[in-house]
Design a protein around this ligand. Sequence first.
Ligand SMILES: [Zn+2]
Length: 291
Amino acid sequence: MTSDPFATWRVLSPVAIVGAALILIALERRWPYTRGQRFLRPGLGVDLIGYALVQSYLLGIVITHFSAWLDGASGLSRLHLVSAWPVAAQVAFFVVTHDLYIYLFHRWQHRSPLLWRIHEAHHATADVDWLSGARSHALEILINQTIEFAPIVLLGAAPEVTLIKLTLDSMWGMYIHANIDVRSGRLQWLINGPEMHRWHHAIEIRDGVNFATKFAWWDWLLGTAFRPARKPSGFGITEPFPSGYIAQQIHAFLPRPPIPAPAPLPDPGDAEVRGPFSERRFTGMNSPWMR
Ligand SMILES: [Zn+2]
């Protein structure tokens, strides 16, 4: 162990991510949410090499340089706005604020036909598993991760905060998509998991529900939580979608017919699995911009 926290996290981060992936893969085999879903499913290679490795690496370089340029131009990090805070408080601050941002932007992406185009790749997979969360259009990553990581630099956070946040993002992203039959009870009001996020990917839901990433409380508080006891009939989208990485990137910009009106939400059924704010669910969810 070195005394430089940044150097420590450079080693710890990939170890933690790979370790978490292996644990989640083992849990998927032991307690599958969707029985019969294969490990070697269609698109695994594209998701792993195209998205999780190559795209993440290249966009990481772009976002790092852009953040450094932004800081050089503004000089904002010299104000050291959060530098005196304990590292744990810095991490908590950026985790919670970015999680609220991502909830709101994600919900907007499901409402706006234009923004849906850069989110569609993420929903197009028919097999939701530990890796499928990595599949996000490059433009979506550029927007979301610049908004995520530039403030960490600009507000003068400790250098390792970026790596800690990146590690948490990767582990949590793998967990909420994992094909694991988690029943976390009331913890699912706070901590998001596959139980609610797999419904977000349900093929029968076009309106969009469960937009939260790390903290499910955003959905419960803002009326978008959906947590029936049963499982979705399948995952993905009904429109055709290309299978190659480059074709998926280009698909977002191609002309297409108007998006059909969303179907009403299915009846959530079992009342006992509703959360603390069940009476407020789905308010404002029937906008024609919704999908
Ligand atoms: Zn979504």
